[in-house]
Design a protein. Sequence first.
Length: 495
Amino acid sequence: MIARPQTNSLNPNIVNFGIGFIFLIIGALLALIISSDNSFYGILVIIAPIILGLIIIIFSNPYYGILLYLNYSFISNGLTRYVPENITLGLGIDFILLLTTLSMLVHIKWDDMKKLRQSVFYVTLIWTIYTILLVVNPLLGQVESLIYAIRGISLYSVQVIPLVLLYMNTKKDFNTFLKIIIGWSVISTIWAFKQIMIGTDTYEQKWLDAGGYITHILNGQLRAFSFYSDAGQFGSTMAFISFICFVLSFGPYTKNRKYTFLAISIFTFLGFSISGSRGPVFIFIFGFLFFFILIKQFKTLIYGLIIGIFIFSFLKFTNIGSSNYQVFRIRTALDPKEASLMVRLNNQELFANYLENKPFGGGIGTVDMFGIRYYPGSFLANLPTDSWFVSIWAQSGIVGLILHLFGIAYVLVVGFEKIYRLKSNDLRYKMIALYGGFIGIIVASLANPIFGQTPLGPIMYICMVYLTTADKLDLEFLAEETQKKNNLEQSKLAA
């Protein structure tokens, strides 16, 4: 059994001091509210005790910090629509991860260091060091843009991966991870259907009116975005979860569990369809390809290929159902001459010409949102990347792109090899589901910058750990399965 590092409970004196400190802060804030009409203080007095309580919890055990980080990643973008603009909830991710990392440094023991001796951690560390060194890139005009952009590119992953290696390394933790991402996906799909069937609320409509309508209302149809940053991120996450649950519906579980997984798969697939996103269709294509390879069942492979060819032919060579907006949008993903694809390919050619003599790229934070903010009017800021990998290429150059792709390729190769050798049937289905979904997200990221965004970014980093350490989890899964089998045999003999 792989146990995570044990942490001592907090000293009662520390707890008492923390409680006293919370009341002191509340008193001070109440005094400010009485003397001021500023509503900001009212919000602050509500959230301050919550924040201080979370700090105490995280420092009692980093495990709670990584769970909070994962859960918060699902709602962080949506919450920003409901708070004043001067409150940057997006930095909550940084705040939680920083506190959790500090808590890890406080609690970690020398014996725990061996758990970090995993190549996935070293690969991530090398990538992070490279991105930090790009601060010396002469094309980088403002270091502030690098500080903001580098978080999603490398800093989050280099914090999350060691935290998972140390504090989420057991069977229970792995199953908790699956429950969290599936649970939130069901909730977010419900919210998305509310947007389509009832309508957006006041704050969502305000976001649309401020510019979101350009990409989220096409031909008079709303693309559901739920409480995510955009419809692309929502659709990709739902496709990822739909694929995972569909694979699990074939797993070694009771009929009730199988039917539950299948129902969730269908429900989240509908969530993907109302997002109007086309790129996530490749999550299913490549996910199922590797599912059939790793399942090692020839009959299932043949059936899967027949079904896959039928669905592909239906979408590619017929116009049946195109009157339905969702079907039409999915069908256009398979059109090699689709207008937006031509624009993206043309933009990539422009990037190639610009970066031809810039092996280290144009600098971290010089493209997309941060490029527009810190380098308005520049070539890179004016040219949308429309892809996670094009973004990495533009910012870190061909050297950075190769290094980044090497890290991803390492996870895929090692993950494939370890999954192929798994002995636990339960774990094998779960890992195949994660592996297929992971590679699907990688392919979908060629057309959309979804890999480093929340909540898919946190999910991908955690998947990287589980895929490359599957053999260690296999020991615990197999031991419990063997124990259950022995108990069952003993009970039969006793009867």
